[in-house]
Structure formats: structure tokens, C-alpha cells
Write a new protein. Sequence first.
Length: 146
Amino acid sequence: AMSEGEWNVVLKAWAHVESDPAGIGQAVLLRLFADHKETLSSFPKFKNLSPAELQSSGDVRAHGLIVVNKLTEVFKKKGEHANSLKPLAESHSKKHKIPIQYFEMISDVIVKVMAEKIADFGADGQAAVRKALKVFTTDIGIFYES
Ligand code: HKL
Ligand code: NA
């Protein structure tokens, strides 16, 4: 579990993400598709697009924005997030058939993109965000299994 202090470090770093949620969300999805090509086939809307088409797709940007907004909602619950995670886990597991490992991949990508885009995202901030995403993924995984 995360301490109150760790959640506050996460939310401080995440405030930078909230200042450009569409830009960061888009960057995260594009990086995920570039670094882990297998993840692209989970998206019927995107899987036949070329890298150039993905880059200029308003749909990718719009989806990235929703993903970031959802994470913002989850992080603001500081661990009391079961009611938010249950529907998300159920749709990703049953409807979209997303392997739980893909959540580990997107977590790594989120930290990478934040490190590139945020000037003062130091070791403490990175460790806290990494830990929060690990809690998020672990708790999603619990609903995957139930
Ligand atoms: N999705 C998230 C979050 C994540 C960082 C973790 C999150 C937050 N999603 O057709 C849809 C597909 C969605 C959604 C609608 C689809 C395919 C898909 N998502 C794939 C993934 C992957 C696989 C690459 C991963 C790792 C991932 C991770 C939030 Fe995800 N996703 C949605 C959403 C929301 C915005 C929507 C659906 C909303 C919902 O399910 O409400 C119950
Ligand atoms: Na979903």
C-alpha cells in the first residue's frame, strides 16, 4: 500500500500531466504502439493505421485523453479506487480481452513519457508514480481473476 505522503508526491507530479492531458495521453499511446507493437491489435479502430496515420489520428489523441482522465480520477482516490477499477477491469478483461501484462507495459511507458515531458520529475516522483501504477495494475489484476 501507499502512504498519504507517497500519494501526495504522485499527485504533485501528475499535476503536470493534468496540464496537458491530451498531449501526454497521445504520446503514451503512440509510444506504447511503437515499443510494444502487439498492443496495437487490441484496438480495432487503430490496428490498420500506419505509424504516420497513428501520429495524426484525432481518435488516438481523444482516446489518450480519456485514459489520462481516468487515471487522474483513480489517483485522486489515493488507493480507495475499487469502485473505479472494477468496471475498468471487467471491460478490459472480458470485452477488450487485454492481457494484464499490457497494463505493465503501459505503466512503464507512462513513466518514460512523463520523464521526457516533465522538467522536475525526479527520482522520488518517478518512484512514487511507478508504485502507484503498480498498485493500480495489481488491483485491476484482482478483478481480472474474480
Ligand atoms: N485503459 C484505460 C486506462 C487502460 C492505463 C490504464 C488504462 C485508465 N487499455 O475499446 C476500448 C479499449 C479501451 C477502452 C475502450 C481498448 C481496446 C483498450 N482500452 C485497450 C487498453 C490496453 C491494451 C493496449 C491497455 C493497456 C489499456 C489500459 C481506460 Fe483501455 N480504456 C478504454 C480506458 C477507458 C478510457 C476506456 C473504456 C472505459 C470503460 O471501460 O469503462 C468501464
Ligand atoms: Na474499458
